[in-house]
Each structure stands twice: as C-alpha cells, then as structure tokens.
Design a protein around this ligand. Structure first.
Ligand code: NDP
Ligand code: KPL
Length: 328
C-alpha cells in the first residue's frame, strides 16, 4: 500500500514505522527537524523489544512531492489540523482512504446526524476540513496506544497496541476490514467496529475531564480522582456527555465511577494535555471539551459542568499562550 503519514510525531511515528516495517511504502508529510531526521534515518521506533527501523518512502513538507495515496493517516494535534488541511489536496485521490488517528471529536463525527448539517464550529469552523477530507473516504479511528517523541523522528512506544477502526458513517465494510487487516499485520490489536462514532465518544468521555482538569491543576490523574470534590465535578461533566451520547447514538453503558475505576489503573499518569502544557504546546481544548458543549447546545442539553471545565481551561491556556482557537 502507498501510505502517507501527516504529522510524524508520537502516534504518526508509531503507525508509520510499524506499517513501513510490515513492507508498505510509507512516506511522511513533515517539517523542520522531524523532516530532516526522517530523511536522514528513515522511520525509527523504540519498543520494549528493541529498536524498529524501516525506510521512509519519501519525506517532504510539500504534499505534491508525495502524490496521491492509498491511505493517508492524519496524526496531527487537533490544533494543527486547520492549518495543514489546505495543503493536503495532492495526497487525496478519489479512492484514497483517510484515517484520522487523533483524540477528540473529529470533523466527520456529526455527519449524517439529524440537525447537524452545519459543521461544528469548535472543530471545523467554516467547513474547510470536511470539504478537503470528505467523510465518505474517512475510516474513523480510536487510538488506544501511547507513544512519545524522544527526539525528532525518534518515537518511543509506551503502552498499548489498540486501534479501533470503522466506517465513519457506521456499519461494516470490506474496505474497513481490509484496512483493519493491514494494521493488524503491522502489529496492532485492531477492532473493526460497526459504530466507531460510539467508540470515539467513549474515549472522549474520559479525555474531556481528566485531560483539562489535570492540565489546570498540574496534577496526575491519581490525585485528580483521589479528591472527592474534583472527582464529583468530573462525574457531573461526564453525566452531561453521557446524556448527549444517548441522543446521538453513542449511549454509554457505564457510570462515571465505573470509568474512573478504569482510568485510576493508570496511577500517577500525566495526561497528554498536561504533557502539552509542560512542553509549552497548545492544548486540544476545543476538540476534546468545546465540541461536547457545542453538540449539547445544538441538542438543547445544558452542560454547566462541561462549560466550567472549558472556561477554566481556556483561561488557563490563554494566560500561558497555549490556547489556539479553531481555525475559521
Ligand atoms: N501520544 C499519544 O500517546 C497519544 C496521542 N493521541 C492523539 O493523537 C494525536 C497526535 O498526537 P501526538 O502524536 O502525541 O502529537 P505529536 O505532537 O507528537 O505529533 C504531531 C506531529 O504533527 C506535526 N505537525 C504539526 N504541524 C505540522 C505541519 N504544518 N506540517 C507537518 N507536520 C506538522 C508535528 O511537528 P512539529 O514537531 O514540527 O510541531 C508533530 O510531529 C493527538 O490528537 C493526540 O491527542 C491519542 C492517543 C495517544
Ligand atoms: C488520561 C487518558 C488515559 C484518559 O483521559 C488519556 O487518554 C490521555 O492522556 O490523553
């Protein structure tokens, strides 16, 4: 398969290296030091079993140099997507599959839902992302794996190999199964889901509280969950999101406490949003929290606890120059 990774950071590097090592022709749209490292060394991944390396099939900061692909994996931070999307045209042919390996509510999430004809302003203000990356070519994805960047172009796998993939519009398809098979052969634990939108919502259910609350407080999730007041506040926001999910085909059959018990197993874990704050990177606030509020507002569901989290995290991030509002 001819594959381009857009955003060759932690998750892009993890997926890119494994696919290239499995024999696929995997290129990268990258920039700066990451681009230079990929050109010099190819794909590199540190794993518990040792370093995995594989040749990169072209690395460039211009999509035209890479050309039309069978598969485009988008592994950018949500805050970067709006700026990159206008450059992606040359990668996308009529049969190109698009796999967004990102957290938060993706641009395709509300497509086809009654009352959601206009794109979400928190995710795709103006609709440029939906226009450039057509939902009919999207295979939705949830990443249940963790990775980090040791140095530009050198990625470290931390834990988990899980990927959930499925048709954005729901149901199963031969093309989603074929992609699931490709990812499984590259070493991932892959689930082909008939309702990937629901899987996205379930992952978001944890991220929408743990990530911003850890970012604001600077605390690891064991401390966040260990304080009964903060835990109850997080539960209230999650109850709001569960009520929204029930209205959009994303019902959650757990209580917030059930979910906290799963998250607590991670122990003294620094969430990805806290790590972004530590590194001085913009936080993915609109995709992870703002979109939940916006969907609730469109459905007429009040979200006071989610609003409070969003407002506090936004002020926190603005005060540090880490808030990037969605591109218009
Ligand atoms: N890391 C993890 O364990 C997990 C991450 N996720 C999600 O996956 C997504 C990706 O996260 P992660 O891999 O950690 O992020 P990283 O910051 O490690 O990677 C993002 C990459 O995108 C690149 N990039 C940004 N703008 C451009 C551009 N204009 N042109 C080319 N490349 C660009 C960055 O390059 P540069 O360094 O130059 O800015 C960086 O290499 C996020 O939504 C995250 O929440 C989900 C599960 C786990
Ligand atoms: C903390 C956790 C595991 C759940 O919110 C996470 O997914 C993240 O850090 O992004």
């Amino acid at each position: 398969m001819k594959i381009a990774i857009v955003g060759a950071g932690a998750i892009g590097g993890l997926i890119g290296t494994r696919l290239a090592a499995a024999g696929h022709e995997v290129g990268a749209l990258a920039r700066g030091a990451t681009l230079a490292a990929l050109r010099a060394h190819g794909w590199r991944l540190e794993t518990a079993a040792g370093r995995v390396t594989a040749p990169v099939a072209g690395a460039s900061d211009r999509a035209a140099d890479l050309g039309a692909q069978d598969l485009v994996v988008i592994a950018l931070k949500a805050t970067a997507l709006g700026a990159v999307v206008p450059t992606l045209g040359p990668l996308i042919g009529p049969h190109t599959l698009i796999l967004p390996a990102m957290n938060g509510v993706p641009w395709w999430f509300c497509a086809g839902l009654p009352g959601f004809d206009a794109p979400l302003a928190s995710v795709d203000a103006g609709g440029a992302i939906s226009a450039a990356l057509p939902v009919g070519q999207v295979i939705g994805c949830v990443v249940h794996a963790s990775a980090s960047v040791d140095a530009p172009g050198l990625v470290r796998h931390r834990m988990g190999q899980g990927l959930i993939v499925g048709e954005a519009a729901g149901g199963r398809s031969a093309r989603a199964q074929a992609l699931a098979d490709v990812l499984a052969a590259a070493g991932f634990d892959v689930t082909h889901s008939a309702s990937v939108r629901r899987d996205v919502w379930y992952k978001l259910w944890g991220n929408m509280t743990m990530n911003p609350v850890s970012a604001i407080t600077g605390a690891t999730i064991d401390r966040v969950l260990g304080d009964p007041l903060v835990r109850a506040f997080c539960s209230a926001a999650m109850d709001e999101a569960a009520a929204i999910g029930a209205r959009i085909g994303c019902a959650i059959d757990q209580s917030a406490d059930d979910r906290h018990a799963v998250t607590a197993r991670l122990g003294a874990f620094r969430t990805s949003m806290l790590q972004d704050v530590d590194a001085g990177r913009p936080i993915e606030l609109d995709a992870i929290v703002g979109a939940v509020r916006e969907i609730g507002a469109r459905l007429g569901i009040a979200t006071p606890a989610t609003d409070a989290i969003f407002g506090l995290a936004r002020v926190f991030a603005q005060a540090r120059g880490l808030y990037a509002p969605p591109a218009a």
